[in-house]
Design a protein around this ligand. Structure first.
Ligand code: ZN
Length: 129
């Protein structure tokens, strides 16, 4: 009939310890999510290659993200290819190269969507507490 009282009492600290361990793990994971996404778009860094941009703030109306000059040229070549240009401008402008740009742009948009989501805003708010 039931457990001896001593065993019931012994379970409680273990559960509390387990809960504390889970909370600590969640805190570290939310810190990793925040640091990976919080400064995702620095105007001084190329969003594609990470290189420092020499002229930050230079208008790039056709670029969805801050790009260095070389990545902007690559992005524009990708756009021309997507627009139907059939002759490659460089030998590396292959199907795989286009797929890389397409997927990278999707990845960036997914990051933008997540950054704007209620869950991410809550995560950032809770990190300030
Ligand atoms: Zn770049």
């Amino acid at each position: 009939m039931g457990w001896p009282m001593a065993e019931v009492i012994e379970l409680q600290p273990r559960e509390a310890l387990e809960r504390k361990r889970r909370q600590e793990s969640a805190r570290r994971r939310s810190a990793a999510v925040a640091s990976a996404l919080a400064c995702g778009l620095c105007p001084h860094r190329c969003a594609h290659c990470g290189q420092t941009i020499e002229e930050p703030g230079a208008p790039q109306p056709e670029a969805p993200y801050p790009f260095c000059r070389e990545c902007l040229e690559e992005y524009q070549a990708f756009r021309r290819r997507e627009g139907g240009q059939t002759s490659p401008e460089a030998f590396w402008h292959t199907g795989e190269w286009a797929a890389m740009w397409r997927t990278w742009l999707m990845y960036m948009r997914a990051g933008d969507d997540f950054r704007r989501s209620a869950a991410f805003l809550r995560l950032m708010e809770e990190r300030q507490d």
